[in-house]
Design a binder for this molecule. Structure first.
Ligand SMILES: Cc1cc2nc3c(=O)[nH]c(=O)nc-3n(C[C@H](O)[C@H](O)[C@H](O)COP(=O)(O)OP(=O)(O)OC[C@H]3O[C@@H](n4cnc5c(N)ncnc54)[C@H](O)[C@@H]3O)c2cc1C
Length: 403
């Protein structure tokens, strides 16, 4: 019998944990997943996620038990409402019109907890990676060193190295340099607060005050996730004076007339928790799934940073991981041990799909740009071309064909 192929996964986030669980179950592979944080450290994940129907569809095909666990810990995402800050409705799209199943709304920390606990035996926590590079044994293989509990570790002769270490991927940086981010001209503030809204906020809704947009939805157990956006020039630092309660009121409350009760509650919540808000620029980065010379795969944010407008970051990370797990499993079960062929099959399955999702996310950002008209921006999103694209995004998961 041939030796198990050595697989090392760096990063047990969304994509890495899904993959560690599925690949770890295959006797033909010896799988190790290194995670930087401690087992219960979700400190970077204090926010809510809306995960698209396409991710749940892909995960249910790849790992029905895991998809069920994630769904059980979430609320269904079933509609997309858009309104003006005074409550005037612009559109209300039931996702059943564009998807075969619901999406979900979940706390990010809860998603991590479930995905990581599903892959428990294969994840090593508290690992600080100290070196990633080619192996001297075989030019296609790689070598990784790390410290764990104060001790130095090394794995050489890695047959497949998978970088699922997020947007600032050390794996991708080691082989091809980190891609230069491309800014889409929008800053986003995000926060998770207790739900004291008495039902004013539930499923995914956006409220526009000119080019400023609030987005909010309820997540279990009793929280509301709020995101607010501001147009910004690519090279301008985020001004500190945007971060004050007064500036938030000015951005999100209508100048003339009363806000809807939901918007008033959201702005009050933002002002109360202004100091806790997480601010970032919307950006995307060039797509790369594999290295031409080596047996290295990137998935999720390390393969493609994505504008968050349609909630496709974690969503596509789940689709990526489901695709890679299914293709590798099929190849291994067919006795196909040519790792380059696996990687080519994953790249072929995912590249166009990701470019489509990235392009649609940027096109849907039109209403967030300087001087955008939310009414016109909402109108074209109710028309057939956009509805068809959304249906393609939410229905056509790209899981590829066996190498
Ligand atoms: C505030 C916020 C809100 C978001 N909202 C949404 C949303 O509503 N819907 C959506 O679909 N997406 C959303 N996203 C995007 C989404 O979170 C990411 O796209 C997604 O987490 C990417 O998954 P990933 O597996 O590629 O990486 P991650 O989930 O980021 O996981 C990377 C993992 O690698 C680990 N790691 C990093 N470097 C190393 C290293 N050197 N060694 C070991 N481990 C390492 C990290 O600790 C982490 O566990 C949001 C992002 C942010 C910041």
């Amino acid at each position: 019998m041939s030796r198990p192929l050595k697989v090392l996964i760096i990063g047990a986030g969304v994509a890495g944990a899904i993959l560690a669980r599925r690949l770890g179950a295959l006797p033909a592979l010896s799988v190790t997943c290194l995670e930087r944080v401690a087992p219960d450290d979700h400190s970077e994940a204090g926010t809510g996620l809306n995960v698209g129907p396409n991710a749940i569809k892909a995960l249910a095909i790849c790992d029905p038990e895991l998809a069920e666990a994630v769904t059980e810990a979430s609320l269904p995402w079933q509609s997309w409402r858009v309104a003006l800050a005074d409550g005037t409705e612009l559109f209300d799209l039931p996702l059943a019109r564009v998807a075969d199943n619901d999406g979900i709304r979940i706390r990010w920390s809860e998603l991590y907890r479930i995905l990581r606990s599903g892959a428990e035996p294969h994840i090593r926590y508290g690992c600080e990676v100290t070196g990633i590079g080619p192996s001297a044994l075989d030019p296609r293989q790689t070598r990784v060193t790390w410290t764990e509990d104060g001790a130095h570790h090394e794995l050489d002769g890695i047959d497949l190295l998978i970088g699922t270490d997020g947007r600032y991927s050390a794996t991708r940086a080691a082989f091809s340099g980190l891609p230069k981010p491309s800014h889409v001209g929008v800053t986003i503030l995000r926060i998770l607060v207790d739900d004291t809204s008495n039902g004013l906020v539930d499923d995914y809704t956006q409220w526009f005050n000119r080019h400023h947009r609030l987005l909010a939805f309820r997540v279990p157990p009793h929280h509301i996730y709020i995101a607010g956006t501001y147009p910004i020039d690519a090279d301008t630092p985020i001004p500190d004076d945007w971060k004050t309660p007064q500036a938030m009121q000015q951005a999100f409350l209508p100048e003339n007339g009363a806000p809807s009760p939901a918007v008033q509650w959201l702005v009050d919540a933002l002002c109360t928790h202004a100091d806790e808000a997480h601010w970032a620029r919307m950006q995307e980065s060039e797509v790369r799934f594999t290295e031409p010379e080596r047996q290295v795969l990137y998935l999720g944010d390390s393969a493609h940073g994505m504008a968050p407008t349609l909630g496709q970051g974690a969503t596509q990370a789940m689709e990526d991981a489901s695709c890679a797990a299914l293709l590798i499993e099929a190849a291994v079960q067919a006795g196909q041990r040519d790792v380059r062929a696996w990687l080519q099959a994953i790249d072929a399955a995912r590249s166009d799909r990701i470019r489509f999702a990235m392009d649609l996310s940027v096109r849907a950002t039109d209403t967030l740009l300087q001087n955008a008209d939310p009414v016109a921006g909402a109108r074209w999103k109710t028309e057939d071309p956009f509805i068809d694209d959304l249906s393609r995004l939410f229905r056509d998961v790209a899981l590829g064909t066996q190498p």
